[in-house]
Design a protein. Sequence first.
Length: 563
Amino acid sequence: MATSDDKPSLNFVQEIVENDLKTGKWDGRVHTRFPPEPNGYLHIGHAKSICLNFGLAEQYGGKCNLRFDDTNPVKEEDEYVRSIIDDVRWLGFDWGDQPLFASDYFQQMRDYAVQLIKAGKAYVCDLAPEQTREYRGTLTSPGKDSPFRNRSVEENLDLFERMRRGEFEDGSRTLRAKIDMASPNFNMRDPVMYRVLRAAHHRTGDAWCLYPMYDWAHGIEDSIEGITHSICTLEFENHRPLYDWFLDSLDIHHPQQIEFARLELTYTVMSKRKLLELVTDGLVTGWDDPRMPTLSAMRRRGYTPESIRTFCRDIGVAKFKSTIDATRLENAVREDLNKHAPRVMGVLRPLKVVIENYPEDRTEELEAVNNPEDPGAGTRTVPFSRVIYIERDDFREDAPRKYFRLAPGREVRLRYAYFITCTDVIKDDATGEVSELRCTYDPATHGGDSPDGRKVKGTLHWVSAQHAACAEVRLYDRLFVKENPDSAKDPADYKTYLNPDSLETLRSCMVEPSLTAASVGARFQFERQGYFCVDPDSSADALVFNRTVSLRDSWAKIEKKQK
């Protein structure tokens, strides 16, 4: 929605930034960060955060860091780091020379922890994990102090250093902040800052056996990097008092934490844990399976970065939780591809057609428009010959009155070519299935127009059998049949809503010969079929196409019928 002077309205985060710039709060600086944990691939929900953080930096002449929150070596891998870097670059954003890592600051974090111990604001606790949870209390009752809460500064410093040297077993001791065990905010009930954990880190190896917790590391990282606006999703709102307490207690640079509602999408799960389960359980082929909501999967499926950025801009940024209809994302992809994707002809379920009065030794090169939405896209030539393929669904032997495609005795237009009329139907003796059509063509209708002005209502796409390239086409659909797969009473039951028809593979498709030169990732509109892209599984001898999205929203009818 635009304001009266036709300027786009601002979301609440932009309003905060603009007010800070007016008041000079950060000396005119805007410095944000996108801080993913490298424990999985990024998904469409992360795209919203990426576009928000990098977009603010671009809009206000600031800077956005790509910083990995690599504080949990058990779940983190270099593979995930590389995939995240690729995804952010693919979306069109830049963070400068090198990404940053929380592990870059491990020594500084440790030094700050010593500072809190010396100030009497942190202590080493010997409670086991289950005891720690018991001592925290409940929503209706306060917690109780750890019996180790009042250790002397000297004893805490000694124990913390011994934790650092690896003298204690994993989980046997933690470093906790000394705040308030009676606080109504659970996060303030003496939260754990460090735990003993013997695990090789993907960057620091075995240099550390003492790793920081996220709530402790988060604010320190922001402070060290000089972040001005620390933008988080809404689940961190209750963590903000702890973020503030740590930075105020250390008396160091203190960014402003701002929370916004994360992206929730229908027919999708966004939990990294659940997405990992789908991969490890073999329910999908990998993190980049085109049915997954990961950015690498969307890239493989043929989604464009422009369409994802447009989608993230259009859904806006708000404080309240809401679920966005997946159709809005699909429509954003359709609109972008409609403007830019070249048109080609591909027959997914071929039916052979012999044009009996067309010369056997003749081939024509017919002119075809590359994209009617883009006059600058020009034209190409497609070969036409006596034998062609059309879609099996474009013929009916017993056609109803309002069926406007090919049927016995009926005339249709071949796109860019001629009018043809079906004269005979050949069937397989064993199955009774139609195996071939015999037709005649009208030479006067060259280019698909009739000089005598007669009209036909059906226009079919086709490919020349002599020149066509064989291809495998993978028809992808939504991964879940339920609008909210997370709504099951048992969280594990989300798998019961998997769509059994989310992938259909067609292995004898025929496409026009120009596609043999298409590179991996190239996107096209198969006329009358949908948008497709070349899959990385393609080779010089085997073309593989993924359906990115259909031409129309077929799910709208399904949802209406269900309701």
